[in-house]
Structures are given as structure tokens and as C-alpha cells.
Design a binder for this molecule. Sequence first.
Ligand code: ZN
Length: 172
Amino acid sequence: MPTKPLDRLMFAQGGLCFFCKQQLPKSEASVEHLVASANGGSNNDENCVACCKAVNALLGSMSLKEKIRVVLNQKGQFKCPNGCDASKVASKPKAKTTTPTAQTQPDDKFSLVVANLKQRGHSRPRKLKTLSSTIASLFPKGLSEVELNTLVKQLESTGKVIITDNNVTYAL
Ligand SMILES: [Zn+2]
């Protein structure tokens, strides 16, 4: 078992900075006393973490309460001030941010129909006529013929239903 506090802490933390969870090269690592030595904090491992020198310098001799505040202020996105390894962070593939399009957000009526049909399980209407009246009954305020046809077409075009000779099968 490593005997130097820094080595021990680095081992226990899997080689990662305590705060930002990035790979921490030993040259960048330092021992941070959670309760600062100046405030009577001990040198025991239970009061110490290994972290980037940058964050160690930032936290300095803050009280534990202030340090916790700093951590909480990062909202789970803790990045060390001058990045214990900014290069590695930058080279990580970024998750693609996709903006929802109109296509992936079907209008409310359509989602309502799909949800209702899903709920019905085995008692789904088997005929086009009953499917139509089932859909119509979901909208007590009234559904125009055009809207009804559009919904049925939408069910068909999205592959949720297959209509053959007025018989309806489901792929929900
Ligand atoms: Zn860090």
C-alpha cells in the first residue's frame, strides 16, 4: 500500500481528481485538506482528498461550509478552474444535442389516439369503421371528418396500424 498520503489518496480515488473526476496526472495532483489545517483540520486521510492543484488553490483555507457551497454551485458539472486536463476533456466525443423537430413531436391528438389504442390491449377495434368511431369517441368536443381521416392516415403512415380490406391490425 502506498505510504505517501498523496499516493494513497490517488489510489483510493482511482487516479481521478476528487472534485472533477478527471484523470489526474501526478504532476497536477495535490492534497486538499477538507477542513483546512489552519482551521485545525487533521492530516488523516479522512480529512484529505487528492485533487487538481488549481482547485486546491481555489478552496485554499475556506471553511468546509464554503467549500460545500462551491461544490454545490457547480450543479454536478464540477470542472476544475484551470482544468486538471483540459485537453483530455476536450477530446472526449461530445454527446450530440439534437433539437426536437416537428416530426418527432406528433400533435397531441395523435399521441392521445396512440396512447388510448395501446391501453386497449386485446380489445382494440378490428375494423376500420370501429377504429374510426373509437377515435371519434376520444374527442367529445367533436372531430371533423378531415381530422379523423388525417389521424387514421397518420396511424397508417407511421406503421402503428395496418389496414387491409377494412381490417385493422396493430403494431403499437
Ligand atoms: Zn480536478
